[in-house]
Design a protein around this ligand. Structure first.
Ligand code: BV8
Length: 235
């Protein structure tokens, strides 16, 4: 199953990747769906916490949830899929993930559509600050305007960062192969990039632990762990 997909990727002139939580799962980062069963967040609904409404309802709970995720991420490491992607400087990596494992593996061209855990931003103005994953900040006010600071991620109902989004759209429309790694492709507008690539004539290669919406639109679907399949695909 892997050989035809490998050939398509080898022949590609403008390959890109589009990834979700499944890329980082083998590093120990729980996916959003696992969150409900991982025991880490069983008492909370991630889609509720990852929203301005959830933050307004209980800012302490939301900041505590992110602090727990940040401290966990501090102790994790890239897996073989991150390293295989980082070893391809010719490939642009569009990701929904908010971790820095691709960068820690050495990847330089990473577009974070949903922001990053590595910084806080003000909920009221444009002020941003890097934070320590190992020692994340508590709920606090913006030093510039006094509004609450919150993680530099995109919450449900919030718009995506304009630069990253426009660069991702351009890359998806120009690519000839899109490798879709570890995403259910249910969160929009990010998941729409698969259709942008497909409509532009690109071949879609899906790597996922289970069949999902992305595989419905794929030319090649490889079911299994990204940490094993991605290095084999790019070898
Ligand atoms: C927007 C950052 C509009 C935060 C995330 C009602 C009101 C408002 C908006 C909406 C609405 N209804 C719908 C919407 C749109 C909404 C949306 O799509 N909702 C979904 C639930 C239907 N989208 C938004 O709100 C977006 N913004 O629309 O703004 C707007 C426009 C103009 C002006 C103002 C507003 C913003 C969405 C971004 C949300 N933020 N993350 C944080 O992390 O805390 S999304 C979050 O969930 C992740 O980032 C990720 O994107 C998503 C989870 O998806 P996946 O990554 O796919 O993860 P999942 O667990 O689902 O799947 C993992 C897959 O990997 C699985 O298939 C699994 O089998 C596989 N896997 C597991 N292990 C492995 C593996 N595969 C391979 N190997 C393994 N080892």
């Amino acid at each position: 199953m892997i050989e035809p997909a490998r050939r398509v990727i080898r022949a590609a002139e403008r390959p890109i990747t589009f990834s979700g939580a499944g890329l980082s799962a083998e590093s120990g980062v729980p996916t959003f769906r696992d969150a409900a069963t991982a025991g880490l967040w069983t008492k909370v609904d991630p889609t509720r916490l990852a929203s301005p409404e959830g933050f307004a309802d209980d800012p302490e709970l939301v900041i505590g949830w992110y602090a727990q995720r940040r401290r966990r991420l501090a102790g994790l490491a890239p897996n073989p899929a991150h390293h295989a992607l980082a070893a391809r400087p010719d490939i642009a990596h569009i990701t929904q993930n908010v971790d820095d494992l691709l960068e820690r593996a050495g990847a330089e061209r990473v577009l974070h559509l949903h922001g990053t855990l590595l910084e806080d931003r003000c909920h009221g103005c444009s002020h941003r600050e890097p934070i320590s994953l190992a020692d994340p900040p508590p709920l606090r006010s913006c030093p510039r305007c006094g509004a609450p600071m919150r993680p530099g991620v995109v919450w449900f109902g919030e718009s995506l960062p304009t630069t990253a989004w426009s660069q991702a759209e351009t890359a998806a429309a120009a690519c000839d192969v899109m490798i879709v790694i570890g995403t259910r492709a249910e969160v929009y507008p990010a998941a729409g990039l698969i259709d942008v690539a497909r409509d532009a004539g690109a071949a879609i290669v899906v790597v996922n632990a289970e069949a999902c919406r992305a595989s419905d639109r794929a030319d090649h679907t490889l079911i299994g762990p990204a940490g094993t399949i991605v290095p084999a695909l790019l070898a």
